[in-house]
Design a protein around this ligand. Sequence first.
Ligand SMILES: CC(C)(COP(=O)(O)OP(=O)(O)OC[C@H]1O[C@@H](n2cnc3c(N)ncnc32)[C@H](O)[C@@H]1OP(=O)(O)O)[C@@H](O)C(=O)NCCC(=O)NCCS
Length: 480
Amino acid sequence: MLIPVIAMWIIVFAVIIGLGRMVAGRSLRRLEMLIDQVRPLCQHPDAQPEAFAALIMAEKEHQLLKGSYHEDLIRRSDAAYSALQIAAKAAGAAVLDGESSHAEKKTFSPGLEGVVAFETAIGQVFGEEGKLIYRGFDACDLAVKESIESVWLLLRDGKPPDRATLRSFREQVEKAGALSRDEIKIVKQLRGGQPLSAVRTAISAVANKRGYKPWLNRDFTEIDSEIMALTAIVPSVVEIIHTGKAPIKKPGNTGYAERYLWGVLGCKPTALHTSAIETYMILTMDHGSNASTFSGRVTVSTGADAGAALTAAIATLSGPLHGGAPGPVLDMLEAIGSKECAEPWVKEQLDNGRKLMGFGHRVYRTEDPRARTLRNVAEKLDSPRTELARTVELTILAALEERQKAKAARLGTGVRTLRVNVEFWTAVVLDQVGIPRNLFSSTFCASRMIGWGEQIREQIRNNKLYRPLSRYIEPAKFLP
Ligand SMILES: CC(C)(COP(=O)(O)OP(=O)(O)OC[C@H]1O[C@@H](n2cnc3c(N)ncnc32)[C@H](O)[C@@H]1OP(=O)(O)O)[C@@H](O)C(=O)NCCC(=O)NCCS
């Protein structure tokens, strides 16, 4: 009799404690969100000292309460919230009620961090869980089971294609991927600089040559086929830029991925290599509201033509902060050279405050799921570089963890997890299948074109011109 009663009380207490923690967590998150809103306001030249004082107090309370469970957590967190809200309002800095349209009073978020700029049904990155979803499906599952064309149709139509649709779409893409003689001539002239810059200019030039017009007040099916055509030509464009010759015939090719690799290698790739590049391309087709996708959406939101929007997206992708790490990852593996050298090399880099390419991520707080999938691909390709890469990965993870733990202990903060990202294993896979280092970013472009295309179609279907506000910084006043 006594045992069930005790068990019941234990359950009751556990439920009460669980609920308490949930409410406390919510209270703390509310405070955290307010701190994030008020912090940029306090950087404004007109921000008043009360707002600063309240912000510092709120940040301290937040640090103290985070990660621990004080009895009075909810009370203290709510008190800090109210004090911060009152001070920010009194200082004239916060318009948390969002009533004013005056830019001076709006929250400024550098780099639009934390700002929701658009809604999309195409995909989502779940940074905490380490998941990438396309239209409700796990992108990593799709990458190992499906073809590019099948995932392309999934992104486009929101549902997996049936066999007949897939077959006819494959044919359409292959047909649309051919360039005219004049277009081939134009693309050949673009060789010489960075391959990705040539690809960007080629897309723009072909769109112009074909007379693609702004989409506003035009039939959607026309725009749709223009977007598809500009994506379909990328394998041919990259081949011409790489070889300087007209694209070779690729009889019996299996689709977009094989045509791309065939064009770069100059011969039919093995089935294993085609499957590796196809997996890579599916994994990198779309990735939420990254800079290039946003750029493409902004451009097309003005009513601009498909060529303009895709050119803008490629231009944005070219920056080294956006997907330019695989080349340097390969440099790193070459500099390390052998397994025995990994530890001292990594230590030296970190001692000198250098960042290690292919590690860390702005959104993922756990292993980048794309990196995991590509590691499996690299293992199947099986070469001495894969073995070295695995040792280097483990060495770097251990070194980063040790340093982040030491830093957290020193500052009394939580440990920032730094894991491997997609770029590390991308470098290994692209190198294994024979893609030269200078074509890594063009290969990324070949897959992301599909995602950009779907994102700009979505933007067109539900368009709102992007027009954020800016905050004017007055010139310094000069004393007479
Ligand atoms: C991807 C990246 C830009 C994310 O940046 P972020 O979320 O803004 O993180 P931060 O750059 O603020 O890094 C936070 C801390 O971790 C450290 N850190 C992050 N990535 C690191 C890396 N790859 N190597 C060593 N230290 C790293 C930073 O030095 C910083 O430490 P500090 O607070 O002592 O200065 C960053 O991790 C990076 O530069 N990685 C290397 C480049 C790369 O692989 N890019 C491809 C991304 S898909």
